[in-house]
Design a protein around this ligand. Structure first.
Ligand SMILES: *Cc1c(COP(=O)(O)O)cnc(C)c1O
Length: 399
């Protein structure tokens, strides 16, 4: 891996052909201000100290590396390890970048942090970070999602954010994005739009990746310390791609470490119900940047589907697109059934209920472990815990 690749994106926010700022000129100016402030602020001792302290005392970092002995014995072949992001405060990796973004907004003197949320995971993580940092938070959410995601809606209310129900159009995530963005445009100089993954216009794919890269930094050290070598394979699920970039970034230069991103094949790659953006998508623009997209021939985003609501995004982070093209990372797809099987097996063999998102990554690890010798190792990013999915799975499987 060349240095050039590690220093991505370039000045215009491109990772090879992907990324950039596909937004109106006044907004480009605002994004560039955020970029400058980010570069400056994150180099200061006080910002880094505050963030590292919060990662340690508030999030509970470093999250452990765990050897899944019983799962490994059951599957056979390579040993399977988990990076336990499910043990973080709020139960997933999202708190890593939400804390960073909320802190950056505070350092920049912004008055309000805004975002949309679909299933409510990003909303809860951001509302948590904003409560802690002491900055106003406004979350836009479709009315249909509000009905479906009751526990997360309640949590956001308790955490003190302003929840804005979106009643237009589909009354789901797509219209919540438009609604939140309109509010943002009312005063972009004083508001901060906190993007929930390594997507959106430059500099967000970079900012979110950097805040998440703590995951791989820790994992690399922890794995070396306990196994005296690096893992042979890294696996992470990919929605927008933040937990995967978080794990992969520290290993990009380690040419012997294979990396696999796992997308949702949903009800099958031969149906319309999947969100396998990198596997089946074509290049186009969405939400202010260029990437592989699930789109019609006129470039309009098509509906996507996954059993895991955190993975159903029609685009994907620009760095993943580049890493696919240069063949540094391979991308595979796992369907609903394999995801559910992995969810149940890990729950019953390890006493760990994984998020349905993370279960996609585990399913693929189980599939390839079988074909690998038992002196090889696989490290899976266990991006979140599955409490949020427990009722749904129990009903689906008539437990
Ligand atoms: C949101 C979420 C994801 C997907 O987001 P990425 O940006 O692709 O990481 C994965 N796992 C969990 C537990 C999530 O909450």
């Amino acid at each position: 891996m060349s240095k050039e690749n590690l220093q991505m994106p370039d000045e215009k926010g491109y990772f090879g052909e992907y990324g950039g700022q596909i937004i109106p000129p006044p907004l480009i100016e605002i994004m560039n201000e955020i970029n400058d402030a980010y570069d400056k602020v994150t180099q200061t001792e006080s910002f880094q100290q505050e963030l590292q302290q919060l990662y340690a005392d508030y999030v509970g970092r470093p999250s452990p590396i765990y050897f899944a002995q019983r799962l490994t014995d059951e599957v056979g072949g390579a040993r399977i390890f988990f990076k336990r992001e499910d043990l973080n405060h709020t139960g997933a990796h999202k708190i890593n970048h939400c804390l960073g973004e909320a802190l950056l907004a505070k350092y920049m003197g912004k008055t309000k942090v805004l975002a949309e949320t679909g299933a409510g995971q990003h909303g809860v993580a951001l509302a948590t970070a904003c409560a802690l940092v002491g900055i106003d938070c406004e979350i836009h959410m479709g009315e249909i999602d509000i009905e479906k995601e009751h526990p997360n809606v309640t949590k956001m209310k308790i955490l003190g954010c302003t929840l804005v129900p979106v009643s237009r159009g589909t009354r789901t995530l797509k219209d919540a994005v438009d609604s939140a963005f309109e509010e943002y445009l009312k005063d972009p100089a004083n508001y901060f739009y906190a993007i929930g993954s390594v997507v959106g216009p430059h500099p967000f794919p970079k900012i979110v990746r950097d805040f998440q890269s703590i995951v791989g930094k820790e994992a690399r050290e922890q794995f070396l310390a306990r196994e005296d070598r690096l893992p042979d394979v890294l696996i992470a699920c990919v929605g927008g791609g933040s937990n995967a970039m978080g794990l992969f970034t520290a290993f990009l230069e380690d040419e012997d470490v294979r990396m696999i991103g796992v997308e949702p094949a949903g009800k099958g790659l031969d149906t319309d119900e999947h969100a396998a953006t990198l596997t089946l998508g074509t290049k186009g623009a969405i939400h202010g940047f260029e990437c592989y997209n699930i789109q019609d021939k006129d470039g309009n985003p098509l509906p996507v589907y996954s059993i895991a609501s955190g993975l159903d995004y029609p685009g994907v982070g620009p760095q993943h697109c580049h890493l696919k093209d240069i063949k540094r990372v391979t991308y595979e797809a796992v369907d609903d059934q394999a995801c559910l099987d992995a969810f149940m097996q890990v729950s019953r063999l390890e006493g760990i209920i994984p998020a349905l998102e993370s279960a996609h990554a585990i399913a693929h690890a189980m599939k390839i472990a079988r074909e690998m010798p038992d002196d090889k190792t696989i490290l899976v990013n266990l991006s979140g815990r599955g409490d949020k999915d427990a009722d749904f799975v129990a009903e689906r499987l008539s437990l």
